[in-house]
Design a protein around this ligand. Sequence first.
Ligand code: GDP
Ligand code: MG
Length: 163
Amino acid sequence: MLPVVALVGRPNVGKSTLFNRLTRTRDALVADYPGLTRDRQYGQANVEGLPFIVIDTGGIEGNEQGIDAKMAEQSLLAIEEADAVLFMVDARTGSTSADIAISEHLRKQSKKVFLVANKIDGVDADSAVAEFYDIGLGEVHPIAAAHNRGVTQLINLALAPHI
Ligand code: GDP
Ligand code: MG
C-alpha cells in the first residue's frame, strides 16, 4: 500500500496547483476563482523516487452550508483516508478565520498535519511564515507550488514516517 497524502485547506490556496505539480498532470482544475473541485480527486505522485497517492479536495471553510457542505465532507473523507495531511494556507492573504476554523477541526483528529504556507513567491517569506505560527499547528512549511519551491523538502518530511 502506498502512503496517502491529502491536500486540504480553504478554496484558492493552491491545492490543485500542488496536486498537478506532484502528479505531473493537469488533471486538477486550477483557476482564479475558488471551488472548482467538488469531489476529491486521486493521483499517483512520485517525488525523488518515492511513490505515493495524493488526494486533491475542493476546499473547506470550516462552517459550511449547502453545496459547500458537500465539498467540506469530501475534505473530511480525504483526511480519514490519509496518512499525512497537508493543510494549505495562502501566504499572500495571510491567516483567515476560515484557516482557524479548519485548524480546530484538524487538531481534533489523530492524523499527522503539516501546515503549509503556499505562494511565498513575491512576499516576505519570514513574516508570512511567522504569522501562521499563531494558528498553533506547529512548524510552518513555506512553499510556492506554482514554482516548485519547497515542495520536495515538504514531501520528504511528510513521507518520512511511511517509508
Ligand atoms: P485551490 O482552489 O486550492 O485548488 O487553488 P488553485 O490550485 O486552483 O490555485 C488558485 C490560484 O492560486 C491560481 O490562480 C493559481 O495559479 C494560484 N497559485 C497556486 N500556487 C501558487 C504559488 O505558488 N504562487 C502564486 N503566486 N500563485 C499560486
Ligand atoms: Mg482546486
